[in-house]
Design a binder for this molecule. Structure first.
Ligand SMILES: Nc1nc2c(ncn2[C@@H]2O[C@H](COP(=O)(O)OP(=O)(O)OP(=O)(O)O)[C@@H](O)[C@H]2O)c(=O)[nH]1
Ligand SMILES: [Mg+2]
Length: 810
């Protein structure tokens, strides 16, 4: 009888609800959805437009669930490039006994860190793919002072902005994070991106100020930056003993103990009640600051402070936990991963202050209800029906490996699971836990855990259930590619070329491939130059396909700027069945919604069946189809909403096709009246270089149409932040190397699409095209130029004349 509860066509649910209520209580749990509402079914007729009401059984966490979940942590390590995430994770794995030896990122032994398992990662010394692992840690509780064993799943993420999707999908499924910051550079551009991603998924975080051994390390400046730039209350829970080369350990401000690392690789942790005289005043001052910061975000501490009392270590620890899990505070730990100092206390902090799987609010959408209906909360009870989310795919030696987070219920090897999107039933042939590129076979996995399954065909973001519910979880935010490149295999094209592209496309939703309709070239699009470079290199190494590529091109977007009404009738009566559809409404600009990443919308407000409801999806489809290509530059249109208010239909001649065409035509007709504009990606660029090169660096950014936002000089270094259009950033790394004698570094993050005056962009597009033409053969010139002319039409020629720029010459 299970099929009743899931995967029914929507119309059947009405039928289901009018079935008699099952008498046995067992059935009630088997059919948790739909049955409860059956008692009120008589009130609804199948034609009723009222939404069905479903109630869901409440699952309580059992004693066994609580014992497991309280000691379970799923955390990510995220931060700016090179802040030491992989180095820190390597220490964590070593201290928890997962690995026997510590290997450095790009170390002299040429082995490389455990989590950077890909050959390219080891060669370049950067993380490209996030890697998952798990470990057990006997954490010392700051409240009880006792040691308790915790199971921790860790995902080490890349810092480079080009691989931002790896951070996005890791944070989508985690319950907490370690935000790593460099003790010298502090909050950098990518730190703010990661911060935004953490906020998007409501992830509590602890901060770890790494590299305390570096000259110029100043944790207090960094804590100020966390407060001012990331806008979250933060305070140190430790103070360092010694600085730079002399950095030996930390004073725990909650437990009031001095902690040192001793033994080989700092494996032994020595605690002392004696706080070194040199830091005692600082420790007292910083403890007072910690209490003061906590009082601002926690009522209990505020009451104690108002009563002129000092909270105990126990009370402080509890308040830190409450405020951190409540996303109001970030406790700051200090250490040096490379010098093996103070990593274990940070791990204790992960267990003590970050949320367990039951503390994160997790909800799902019931697919039987329309979009936008209230979400259903999930409970990580082992007895509840299974709900798991596939968040990452990888093609491996044994077929597709799907990373999953189990939110509710238990996933068992050999069991059958249902894909909520396709409604397909699949068997779980093999279940594993991951340790970077190694795997450990397991038979079952409980709620709140992360695992991987083999041989389950699906897409990234798919929800799996055991078939007794119709839940689907919201997928993650996937940013749009910003850069594209034409590629061609050298020599004969082999099947490996498309095999490689298919695989990369499936694994990485920010990597897209299409064939240009006009030039018939294969175009790959991604998040940056490095992103595409890595895939080209992987094609060579893993598939033996050498490709040649053109110059990277920026992916522009178009947008509308004014609200315009439309009234369009699509009528065709030339032989055969006629076509008739009339659509009335308006289109208007909408801002980008950072919460769900949406910037295109379709709203239907048609009343009284003027357009029958079965034609509305066709209108919606037409609208999104129309947005695929703007007429200004041929790029997709974003930031637009269509509100369909009215229309009319013909009993015989109206069809889905007619309404789809009518919607497309209605928009095309008014597009020029909406005052469309072209958007170009704008990057937030941060350059760090020795002070003497400041003028040269600022000059180089200005020359690239950059707007300097901030410039900060510290000791011998300076940091400069600027906004520069992505199109002007190509080749900047070699220019920066040149002007700073190889001592400058830069990083950039995708900021926002900036509205640029259409004429300016058109001018550049025209110039680009002109240059392209000059280089090509004569025959090609003619074809290319004609195409450009026809694409832009008379409109561009007029603009060019207004601007006084040379028109295209043929
Ligand atoms: N001085 C010092 N250097 C460190 C420390 N931790 C890491 N490093 C160095 O910083 C560099 C980057 O370290 P990684 O661990 O690869 O940094 P990451 O954050 O994983 O980098 P991506 O994954 O590429 O974003 C390496 O050269 C490390 O040796 C530290 O505590 N002190
Ligand atoms: Mg790394």
């Amino acid at each position: 009888m299970q099929p009743f509860a899931r995967g029914l066509p929507r119309s059947w649910h009405w039928a289901l609800r009018s079935l008699p209520r099952p008498s046995s209580s067992k059935l009630l749990t088997v059919f948790p959805l739909g049955w409860r509402a059956a008692s009120t079914a008589a009130a609804h007729s199948p034609e009723s437009t009222e939404l069905p009401q479903y109630s869901y059984p409440k699952y309580e966490l059992s004693e066994a669930d609580l014992n497991r979940i309280n000691f379970q942590r799923n955390i990510g390590v995220s931060a700016h490039i090179d802040s030491g995430k992989t180095t820190l994770t390597e220490r964590v794995l070593f201290y928890t006994g997962r690995i026997r030896e510590i290997h450095e990122v790009r170390g002299r032994d040429a082995v490389g860190a455990k989590m950077d398992s890909m050959e390219l990662e080891r060669e370049k010394g950067i993380t490209i793919q996030s890697a998952a692992t798990f470990c057990d840690w006997e954490a010392l509780s700051p409240t009880t002072g006792e040691k308790q064993k915790y199971a921790i799943n860790i995902i080490d993420t890349p810092g480079h902005v080009d691989f931002t999707i790896e951070v996005e999908r890791a944070l989508r499924v985690l319950d907490g994070a370690i935000l790593v910051l460099c003790a010298v550079s502090g909050v950098q551009s990518q730190t703010t991106t990661v911060d935004r991603q953490m906020r998007r998924y409501n992830i509590p975080r602890i901060s770890f100020i790494n590299k305390m051994d570096r000259p110029g390390a100043n944790p207090w400046r960094i804590i100020d930056q966390i407060r001012s730039k990331l806008k979250i209350a933060a305070a140190a829970v430790q103070v360092p003993i010694g600085v730079e080369d002399e950095f030996k350990g930390v004073v725990d401000l909650v437990r009031w103990k001095a902690i040192y690392n001793e033994g080989e690789k700092g494996i032994e942790l020595v605690e002392s009640d004696e706080i070194p005289a040199l830091v005692i005043d600082l420790a007292k001052e910083k403890r007072a600051e910690l209490i003061e910061q906590l009082a601002e975000v926690d009522d209990e501490i505020a009451d104690i402070v108002l009563a002129d009392e000092t909270p105990s270590g126990h009370q402080i620890a509890e308040a830190i936990r409450r405020a951190t899990v409540g996303l109001k505070f970030s406790p700051v730990f200090l250490g040096s991963a490379i010098k093996n100092t103070a990593v274990q206390p940070m791990l204790d902090g992960v267990c003590a202050y970050l949320a367990n799987p039951a503390e994160s609010v997790v909800t799902a959408h019931d697919t039987r209800l329309p979009h936008g209906s209230p979400p259903v909360p999930l409970v990580p009870a082992a007895e509840a029906p299974l709900v798991a989310l596939a968040f990452k795919l990888e093609e491996g030696r044994f077929g597709q490996l799907t990373y999953m987070r189990v939110y509710q219920g238990t996933l068992k090897k050999g069991s059958f699971i249902f894909n909520a999107r396709t409604d397909r039933k699949v068997k779980v042939p093999r279940l594993v836990r991951l340790h970077s590129n190694e795997m450990e076979d397991i038979d079952s996995i409980g709620p709140g855990e992360i695992c991987a399954v083999f041989g389950v065909e699906c897409s990234s973001g798919d929800t799996f259930t055991d078939g007794s519910s119709s839940f689907s979880m919201t997928s993650m935010f996937v940013p749009e590619p910003v850069i594209s490149l034409a590629i061609k295999p050298q020599g004969q094209e082999t099947p490996n070329f498309s095999r490689a592209l298919n695989r990369f496309q499936k694994e990485d939703p920010t990597f897209k491939v299409h064939i240009d309709r006009e030039s018939k070239e294969t175009i790959i699009s991604g998040m940056g130059e490095l992103h595409l470079e890595i895939y080209i290199e992987r094609m060579r190494r893993e598939y033996g396909v050498v490709v040649s590529s053109g110059k990277p091109r920026v992916a522009y977007r178009e947008t509308i700027t004014e609200r315009v009404e439309f009234y369009h009738t699509h009528k065709k009566q030339t032989g055969g069945a006629g076509q008739f559809a009339r659509v009335i409404g308006y289109v208007e600009p909408v801002p980008f919604d950072p919460e769900n990443g949406q910037d295109r919308e379709f709203v239907n407000t048609v009343m009284g069946g003027n357009i029958p409801h079965n034609y509305i999806p066709a209108c919606e489809k037409g609208w999104f189809e129309a947005l695929e290509k703007g007429t200004l530059s041929g790029n997709p249109i974003v930031g637009a909403r269509m509100v369909l208010q009215d229309g009319s239909y013909h009993v015989v001649d109206s069809s889905e096709l007619a309404f789809r065409i009518a919607t497309i035509a209605a928009f095309r007709e008014i597009y020029s009246k909406t005052k469309p504009m072209i958007l170009e990606p704008l990057m937030m660029v941060e350059v760090v270089a020795p002070g003497e090169f400041q003028a040269a660096v600022i000059g180089s950014l200005n020359a690239r149409r950059g707007t300097i936002l901030d410039s900060e000089v510290r000791d011998e270094e300076f940091t400069c932040t600027a906004e520069v259009p992505l199109n002007d950033m190509f080749g900047y790394s070699s220019q920066l190397r040149g002007v700073t004698q190889g001592k400058g570094e830069f990083s950039m993050e995708y900021r926002v699409s900036e509205l640029k005056r259409t004429d300016g962009i058109l001018r550049r597009l025209t110039c680009q095209c002109y240059r392209m033409c000059k280089k090509s053969s004569k025959r090609h010139i003619n074809r290319r130029c004609l195409r450009q002319r026809s694409r832009y039409g008379g409109r561009e020629v007029r603009l060019e004349l207004e601007l006084g720029i040379l028109a295209l010459r043929i």
